[in-house]
Design a protein around this ligand. Structure first.
Ligand code: B12
Ligand code: SF4
Ligand code: SF4
Length: 256
């Protein structure tokens, strides 16, 4: 698409996951492709749910500007904690959103998520938060009725989240085994020996936000964009920062 636009005489560049000059989240949010979810750094689309990856195309071609959308997701996520409950390393907050870098967000513990996804052979890029969310639908007529209710009937949202668990949605589906994560051994894709992500739903897991500690790493703690050098981090300080941000936000929200 970028090449096509350049052929028409416009500047254009595709911003991929591997090579991007821009942050995707604010752009796909402002493009109206979805709302911020409890998962945290993930924009959820009402029709395909959280399970989409983005590619951004930056261009000077004159275009009509979209607006952000509101389909009630913030309220739904306040009544549902499935992604936080199912995250294997408790990286997703079970409590409230916080103010981070000037915007409100359910900020995940990005260090925990990164360690789980990248350094743990059973992690295998994970994405369990995306896979277990009730907004994953297959376009069936019955599912459309639930989606309609989730968007239009705020009082039904908690019930829909509970019903999704009752139906066992998000558990392992052997019919779709081909979709399970594979690992590369000697240049070949094979079924993972370690059983990556082969976990059942954890319906009895504790969902007590007061017992959960989320470390917070603000932008000033991040390495510079082009840097590939290891960067020391201080998890103890990050945990204190997370607890403080959470407490401050609770206070702000109690104000009239
Ligand atoms: C690095 C990265 C990660 C790191 C995050 C590191 C960090 N935050 O320090 C880790 C490994 C944790 C991660 C995990 C995941 N990621 Co990721 N990640 C990225 C990547 C490649 C770069 C982001 C980055 O540079 N962050 C570092 C700094 C800049 O972070 P930050 O200042 O704290 O800002 C973050 C958020 O607060 C938000 N943000 C920034 N500015 C603003 C402004 C506003 C107003 C708002 C509301 C939000 C917002 O965006 C940043 C995302 O990290 C982006 C692609 C991209 N180019 O944007 C994908 C991306 C954000 N990830 C994505 C996904 C899907 C995931 C996972 C589900 C894993 C998976 N299987 O794909 C998990 C979800 C974890 C979670 N609970 O949110 C998707 C999200 C798509 C969507 N539907 O919204 C993206 C866009 C990749 C893609 N091309 O699709 N990710
Ligand atoms: S990708 Fe896995 S480890 Fe990271 S937040 Fe989602 S469920 Fe947790
Ligand atoms: S699992 Fe529930 S809380 Fe998490 S993003 Fe999906 S709807 Fe929101």
């Amino acid at each position: 698409m970028a090449a096509h636009l350049r052929g028409l005489g416009h500047d254009a560049r595709s911003q991929t996951n591997a090579d991007s000059e821009v942050l995707h989240i604010p752009l796909i949010l402002w493009a109206g492709l979805g709302e911020m979810s409890r998962i945290g750094e993930l924009v959820l689309n009402p029709f395909v749910g959280p399970r989409f990856k983005s590619v951004v195309l930056t261009t000077d071609m004159p275009l009509e500007i979209d607006k952000p959308v509101d389909f009630g997701l913030l309220d739904f996520c306040e009544k549902c904690v499935k992604c936080a409950r199912e995250c294997p390393c408790s990286a997703i907050p079970m409590g409230n959103r916080i103010t981070y870098n000037g915007y409100e967000i359910w900020k995940p513990d990005v260090e925990r998520c990164t360690r789980y996804r990248v350094t743990n052979p059973k992690g295998s890029a994970c994405g369990r938060c995306m896979k277990t969310c009730p907004y994953n639908t297959e376009g069936l007529l019955t599912e459309r009725a639930f989606l309609w209710a989730a968007i239009n009937l705020p009082a039904s949202r908690g019930l829909i989240a509970a019903w999704d668990d009752k139906l066992g949605n998000g558990s392992i589906n052997p019919v779709k085994k081909w979709w399970f994560d594979l690992e590369q051994v000697d240049g070949k894709s094979v079924a993972p020996k370690a059983g990556a992500n082969a976990r059942q739903l954890n319906l009895s897991a504790s969902i007590d936000p007061t017992g959960q500690k989320i470390a917070l790493y603000p932008p000033e703690e991040h390495p510079p964009g082009e840097s590939k050098d290891p960067r020391p981090i201080n998890r103890k300080e990050a945990l204190e920062r997370g607890a403080k941000a959470s407490a401050e936000h609770l206070t702000t929200r109690k104000a009239p």
